[in-house]
Structures are given as structure tokens and as C-alpha cells.
Design a protein around this ligand. Structure first.
Ligand code: ATR
Length: 290
């Protein structure tokens, strides 16, 4: 990068722990470069128990904003002075904006990422057309369920190994949200329009979700919120069964656009294939591991 950093350079970033794996700096800096902005997007890794001190220290606008990733999404909500509806309903923020008056505004654009990924990789998908199934009951599942409720899904069915956790999330999300145990998955899959994997199972290949996917209607879209590997064991099984599939990388890229807009006040340049950049980075990482 030949660009020089000056006192006028706008700064934004992403905070997580760990952060080294994050693809957000690759995406945002590629857009910054293509747009010719005097800006930089920096990865930060505050100590896990010090997020609020870290965020407090950025108040005043020297840093425009932050994307927030694991494990700080809930903490990000609690440092904010103003919380948008999307973040409120998701129970988490993945975007903080630092205003010059010292206030912090929390938003959550993960839902836009989820819906944007569905629109781009499963054209014709309509969230209003039928029940949605979300597998999992952690922060990712709550975010997905709240986005689908807000997009008009007539019912959201949360399927989780620990039923009690799914019941808590269903209560928090509200709307027509119901909890199911893994044993009840076949009932949850009945008539589903989309099935979203929001569990961490299958991130390691020996830990794959072992659910009867054959019960999912053939036309239902299968989506995974994780992207390493890009085609997760869940997506691989769903693809073999003939389902349209949507990957977690597309969701990451689709939430990055509204984040860029919030930081820099303009849409990202359309002529950069950030998805291809990310796939190359993921391949390089897999190559190193192999
Ligand atoms: P996050 O906040 O990132 O969504 P999390 O709170 O750790 O992460 O949640 C992980 C989810 O994956 C949970 O729903 C977990 O199920 P439990 O609530 O029963 O723990 C689910 N999960 C993880 N490994 C799993 C496995 N092998 N089989 C089924 N579900 C699994």
C-alpha cells in the first residue's frame, strides 16, 4: 500500500478477539483504495474483559466507527448511548458509530447481510412466503431470527441442542418464534422456506450437525452463517439433496457494504470483486494449514 497516513486520514476498524482471521480489513481497505478515499480500516483486538474501556476511549469521533465481532457484540450494545431497532431486536451490535459530540450509536447490519446474501445467491427467495428455520440459539441465531421476523417471515422456528436456550431466544425475539429440540427437527423442517445454520457445529469437520435434512422441502433454501470452509458440511449435504445454497461469506460481504456507507458516507465502489479477494485469502490460509 503506497498511500500515506496523515492527520486528515479517516479511521474506522473492526474489534474482535481473536481478530487475525477477520476478512473485514481486506474488504474495507480494498473499497477504500478503489474509491480513492483518505481513510484506513484497522483490526483491533482489545483484551476480552476490557471492551467497554476500549470503546469509551474512542469517543469523540477520532475514529469514525467500528465493526464489532465475537465476543464483543453484546458488550457493544451496552456501551452505546443510542441503540437502533435492529440492534435492539438482535440483542447485539456489529456496528458502532462514534459521533463528534462523544455519543456512541449502535446498529446491527448482520440482518441486512443475511437478507442480502439470500437475495443475491437465492434470487426469488421471499422471506414472507413461508416459515423459516434457524438452527442454534447463540448470538448468531438470535440475530438471524430477529432479521427474519423483521423481514416478515410468518414463523421462525429455532431448533437447538439445548431446548431451554432456544426458548429464551424465542422469547427475546418475539413475533411468531417457536423453540424446538433436535429430536423435533423433522417437525420444524415441515413446510420450511429456508433453513439457516447458526450453530458452530461443522466449523470443525468432525463436529457436523447430524440432522435429518431429507425432511426439508426440496425448494427450501439452505444457508450457513459461517464461511470457513466456504461450503460447510451442512451446505454440502443440502446441495447434494438439491437445495439452493447460500454461504456465510456472502453474508459477510453484504453486511460490509452498509458498514462502509456508515463510516464513509458513500456506497462502496461496485467494480471491486471483494468476494473473490476473500476466497483467495481463505484458500491461501487453507493452503498454509494443509
Ligand atoms: P454464537 O453466539 O456465536 O452464535 P454460541 O453462543 O456458542 O455462539 O452458540 C453456538 C450454537 O451452536 C449453540 O446453539 C449450540 O448449541 P447449545 O445451545 O446446545 O450449546 C450449537 N452447537 C454447537 N456445537 C453443536 C453440535 N455439535 N451439535 C449441535 N449444536 C451445536
Amino acid at each position: 500500500m503506497t498511500r500515506s497516513i496523515t492527520g486528515a486520514t479517516a479511521v474506522a476498524g473492526v474489534a474482535g478477539s481473536p481478530i487475525a482471521h477477520s476478512l473485514s480489513p481486506l474488504i474495507q481497505n480494498a473499497w477504500i483504495k478503489a474509491a480513492g478515499l483518505d481513510a484506513v480500516y484497522v483490526p483491533f483486538s482489545p483484551p476480552p474483559d476490557r471492551f467497554s474501556h476500549f470503546a469509551e476511549g474512542l469517543r469523540g469521533g477520532a475514529v469514525r466507527g467500528l465493526n464489532v465481532t465475537l465476543p464483543f457484540k453484546e458488550a457493544a450494545l451496552s456501551v452505546a448511548h443510542e441503540v437502533g431497532e435492529r440492534a435492539e431486536r438482535a440483542g447485539a451490535a456489529n456496528l458502532l458509530i462514534f459521533n463528534e459530540d462523544g455519543s456512541i450509536v449502535a446498529d446491527n447490519v448482520d440482518g441486512l447481510g443475511l437478507l442480502g446474501a439470500l437475495a443475491s445467491q437465492a434470487p426469488g427467495f421471499d422471506p414472507k412466503a413461508g416459515p423459516a428455520v434457524v438452527m442454534g440459539a447463540g448470538g448468531a441465531a438470535r440475530g438471524a431470527a430477529s432479521a427474519l421476523v423483521m423481514a416478515g417471515a410468518p414463523e421462525v422456528r429455532l431448533v437447538n441442542r439445548t431446548l431451554a436456550r432456544a426458548e429464551v431466544v424465542a422469547g427475546a425475539v418475539g413475533g411468531a418464534t417457536r423453540a424446538f429440540s433436535l429430536d423435533e427437527a423433522v417437525r420444524a423442517f415441515d413446510g420450511a422456506n429456508v433453513v439457516v445454520n447458526a450453530t458452530s457445529a461443522g466449523v470443525a469437520s468432525d463436529d457436523a450437525l447430524n440432522l435429518p435434512l431429507e425432511g426439508i422441502p426440496a425448494t427450501a433454501v439452505a444457508m450457513d452463517m459461517t464461511y470457513s470452509p466456504l461450503i460447510t458440511p451442512f451446505l454440502s449435504r443440502a446441495r447434494l439433496l438439491g437445495h439452493p445454497i447460500v454461504d456465510g461469506l456472502e453474508m459477510l460481504v453484504r453486511q460490509a457494504g452498509p458498514s462502509f456507507e456508515a463510516f464513509f458516507g458513500r456506497v462502496p465502489p461496485a467494480d471491486v470483486d471483494v468476494r473473490a479477494l476473500c476466497i483467495a485469502a481463505l484458500d491461501a490460509k487453507a493452503g498454509v494449514k494443509a
